[in-house]
Design a protein around this ligand. Sequence first.
Ligand SMILES: [Fe+2]
Length: 306
Amino acid sequence: MNRQEIDALVKQMNVETATGAVNDRVQQIVVRLLGDLFQAIEDLDISQSELWKGLEYFTDAGQANELGLLAAGLGLEHYLDLRADEADAKAGITGGTPRTIEGPLYVAGAPESVGFARMDDGSESDKIDTLFIEGIVRDTDGNIIPNAKVEIWHANSLGNYSFFDKSQSDFNLRRSILTDADGNYVAQTTMPVGYGCPPEGTTQAVLNLLGRHGNRPSHVHYFISAPGYRKLTTQFNIEGDKYLWDDFAFATRDGLVATAVDVTDEAEIARRGVDKPFKQITFNVELVKDQTQAPSTEVERRRASA
Ligand SMILES: [Fe+2]
């Protein structure tokens, strides 16, 4: 079939058969995606067995709750970031800390505090470095933003996230910190470790067939929001990790690479109230003011909450 015949067939089956109220947007998207799928079946001569394998794959990936991971791994989520950058540029919006993917592991409801939070529950203190993350939230003119909500989440020493990893305490390595009167936030936590897709999982299965690895560098996720500013979804990836620029989820971007500095000075150690040398990362954030012509940066998606 040629495209004209395909489009006519799709329309005949999914548009002309309507007898109830139609959601125009859903109809438009379904018709387009089906047409493109039928066309791909034609062009690539996709067999019936291959098509069923594909549908079974989505069933398995959905049942394993890995579709969010798949979207990151195949670059769909990064592509949406690039599109959002393009839309911002078209709207004349420049500056601000770059966005990057949310990933599938945010959990709403983390404990909230002002200025400072200890994020780890202490269970890994003896096997991994303590990390202090600190920064100032400002606007693109350099004005500090007090009371900005800085939501931070990251993995433990095994590359696992609390909530999804039931062996961790509730909200371990997840906190919401409101910036203090000077726009500062400080988090005391443990060094995150990069992780890979579950090796026997559905995402890794397709990556294997593409000859790709499923590893991420060590990183820390952020949502930063403040009234009158565009919400920022981002993360920093940590210098020195072998996957820094070879991230299976394509989240590492210029401006989002952080260096963990070793702090061994006794006075600094005492000032921080810890008992051993630690690592320190500065991650300052620049938010862009809300503008009426600005595309929204709020993304609706199903997120875990605890
Ligand atoms: Fe992550």
